[in-house]
Design a binder for this molecule. Structure first.
Ligand code: ADP
Ligand code: MG
Length: 681
């Protein structure tokens, strides 16, 4: 097999047509290399031939029998049956829906054959239904052995998959290892070819198995860090420094109704140093919900405007963008700068004017949704792009954004999804990271309570009290997975119930609403025209509801820790005391009880993210799912923390321009080549 054959589609293999490739795709097998990466989880022991009097019902066993008689009843629902025997007993082999001609060929009367399959017992006789293998004695070596057991799906059985995977696994060419022998030995790894061979060879369950797996984990992390580090090199190029004094920013800071926190100040300092430097900024601000990222980014923006450049501020939704726009208009008011707002919905005449003012340089700041990055939008002198709630972007999109901004453009991203330390590098290794670690001092700790659902009636007086005080309430309804219809009806029912108690004060948002319908309700809530918002869908993080004081989450055990923390972060953003009530059905799991305890004890998003990771494994972390990065197949920051560090350091020490030839196989193996445009080899 040629090296590059490994990266072609599976349909290039013998016996793989469009139908089978569709099934394989469900198992994330699209290219031939995915077969290499699809590891067996166990093995089926077919290595011994049993006598019929040694059979055990329920077990997969192999037998050698004489074919006596074939029986085709030709009655619907009655199976075809082949009677066989050996010197110790009799057995029936049973087929549903198999053609007669095919079976006659497979079972020649009067000959000995090998059969392997799951043994059952029916009508006082042993029976094997739809055996996995039927073969001649000549060919018995193909069946009578330990056979790797892969996680398969409907439409692919062991025999079929084996015929595909063996074409690949037995023919992998020797690859020049990208890790040196010394490194491999020192870190108790193993070379790549051997690791793959070991991992697929199930009868080889020996100590090399774990060594081999760790090698694969290391490679996956290495490929990830390497592509991020390349992305970083691509983005962090030279640029003319932004030159500014702090006249503007001091002016804005003085007008703020609060003091910046120490964290906000130090992050702003890091950003300013980037702006003033010769290197393009590529930085992310990580800070818990409500930690005050927006104002930090606006101060960066004002400095860049002061230096004579234009800025763009992008938010994922129109409502959030509008909120930023309103805030900006307020705090930059006296500076008399032209600030514009653009979304996909801006009407044609406005748009034309906006575009005009951008290209002639009059507009200093453009705020909006992803509409900011349409082709026809040309800035005269763009100096900074700020992207809020960036966790929805993947690495490739980040690199594209940087291209769109042009060579002089600094890039600042913000995310409210705290990420555990171990994963920080694997998500944001291409960026510099600034953390806002404290909340504004005036913020009261959100009170978190839990209650069994059947005591829901005890809540009404409390809710009533909040509404009477002019506070606002979020009511998050049962999250019923994969059923938008049920989802809808349960939220609707809850809405009716609450609306009966608080007439005309309740709004409803659910998944079946159109985006603009959702916006109408959200606006009403923001403008305090309603007091209680019942919702199924999780309203985006980021929107500032300073007046919301209470959030009630039903079926709270359906959410992960980090997610509950995010939900909770929607209240207590202003001066009001925030309360979060988690409603549970009876009979909580140990894990769920632990989660409540952690939430009650801590308000620190970073701490909670670490705990969430420990409790649930990283696949469920919201930041990760939304990051646009594909999940790791093998690596897991809980079990492989040491390898995360090892790979991180290894990449840091590759200072020279990476030898693409050397790493291209690795990068393609883990779908990272595309991110940094590695050419074919
Ligand atoms: P996030 O980090 O979640 O984006 P925001 O930037 O929306 O948070 O800030 C949340 C709220 O906190 C806003 O109402 C903002 O005005 C306020 N805020 C920001 N910084 C401070 C501070 N240093 N002191 C008091 N309030 C602040
Ligand atoms: Mg925000």
């Amino acid at each position: 097999m040629k090296k590059d054959f490994i990266f072609s589609e599976v349909t290039k293999l013998k016996g793989v047509g469009p139908k089978l490739s569709k099934y394989l795709k469900k198992k994330r097998i699209e290219k031939i290399k995915d077969i290499i990466l699809n590891l067996p989880f166990s093995e089926t022991d077919r290595s011994k031939i049993f006598k019929l009097n040694e059979l055990e019902v329920g077990k997969v066993q192999s037998i050698k029998v004489l074919v006596k008689k074939l029986n085709f009843p030709r009655v619907r629902n009655l199976p075809n049956k082949i009677s066989c025997e050996d010197e110790t007993g009799k057995i029936d082999v049973v087929y549903f829906n198999s053609r007669e001609g095919y079976l006659r060929k497979l079972f020649p009367v009067g000959e000995w054959i090998i059969i392997s399959g799951k043994v059952s017992y029916f009508n006082k006789k042993y029976q094997i239904t739809n055996p996995d293998y039927v073969t001649t004695i000549d060919n018995q070596d193909y069946v009578i052995k330990n056979i790797p057991k892969y996680n398969l799906t409907k439409g692919i059985n062991e025999k079929k998959y084996r015929s595909i995977s063996e074409q690949v696994i037995n023919n992998i060419p020797i690859i020049d290892d990208w890790l040196g022998d010394d490194f491999i030995k020192k870190n108790n790894l193993i070379n790549w070819n051997d690791s793959i061979k070991n991992l697929h060879n199930s009868s080889n369950i020996n100590k090399n198995q774990s060594k081999s797996f760790r090698r694969l984990v290391f490679d996956e992390l290495f490929a990830n860090f390497l592509s991020l580090s390349e992305n970083r090199k691509r983005i962090k190029k030279n640029k003319p420094p932004k030159i500014f004094n702090d006249n503007y920013s001091e002016f804005v800071i003085k007008k703020l109704p609060f003091e910046l926190t120490a964290s906000q100040k130090s992050v702003l300092k890091e950003i300013n140093e980037d702006l003033l430097s010769n290197d393009r900024m590529f930085r992310i601000i990580q800070g818990d919900v409500g930690s005050g990222k927006t104002i930090v980014s606006l101060l960066a923006i004002i400095n860049v405007i002061k230096s004579g450049y234009q800025c763009a501020l992008m938010a994922p939704t129109e409502i959030l963008a509008k909120q930023h726009y309103n805030l900006t208009m307020k705090i930059f008011k006296e500076l008399n700068l032209k600030i514009d707002f653009l979304t996909g919905k801006s009407d044609y005449k406005d748009k034309k004017k906006i575009l005009n003012n951008l290209s002639n340089g009059q507009t200093k700041l453009l705020i909006g949704t992803h509409a900011l990055f349409q082709k026809k939008i040309n800035f005269k002198k763009l100096g900074l792009v700020v992207i809020d709630e960036q966790h929805k972007f993947g690495v490739k999109q980040r690199s594209e954004l940087a291209k769109k901004g042009g060579d002089n453009c600094d890039l600042l991203l913000m995310s409210a999804t705290p990420i555990p330390r171990t994963m920080m590098m694997s998500l944001y290794g291409d960026m510099d990271i600034s953390k806002i670690t404290e909340k504004p001092a005036n913020r009261k700790k959100i009170i978190t309570l839990s209650k069994p659902e059947k005591k829901i009636n005890e809540l009404w007086p409390f809710v009533k009290n909040q509404v009477e005080k002019d506070n606002q309430v979020f009511w998050v309804c049962p999250l019923i997975e994969e059923s938008s219809i049920l989802d809808y009806s349960s939220a609707k029912k809850k809405f009716e119930l609450i609306n009966n108690k608080f007439k005309n004060k309740v709004g409803l948002i659910h998944g079946a609403l159109e985006k603009h319908e959702k916006n109408i309700v959200l606006k009403k809530f923001l403008e305090k025209k309603i007091s209680i918002l019942v919702s199924t869908t999780v309203i985006e993080v980021g929107i500032d509801f300073p007046n919301a004081s209470l959030i009630i989450v039903e079926n709270a055990n359906k959410f992960g820790l980090a997610q509950l923390h995010q939900l909770r972060g929607r209240v207590g953003r202003g001066e009001k005391q925030g309360t979060c009530i988690l409603l549970f059905k009876e009979g909580l799991s140990k894990n769920a009880i632990k989660r409540i305890k952690i939430l009650k004890e801590s308000n620190d998003g970073f701490f909670i993210a670490e705990e969430d990771l420990k409790l649930r494994g990283f696949g469920d972390l919201i930041g990760f799912q939304q990051s646009g990065l594909k999940h790791f197949r093998f690596s897991d920051p809980v079990n492989h923390e040491d390898l995360f560090k090892l790979a991180e350091n290894y990449v840091k020490n590759i200072n020279d321009k990476i030898n693409q030839q050397k790493y291209s196989f690795l990068l393609k193996l883990f779908d990272r080549a595309e991110i940094i445009n590695v050419k074919e080899f």
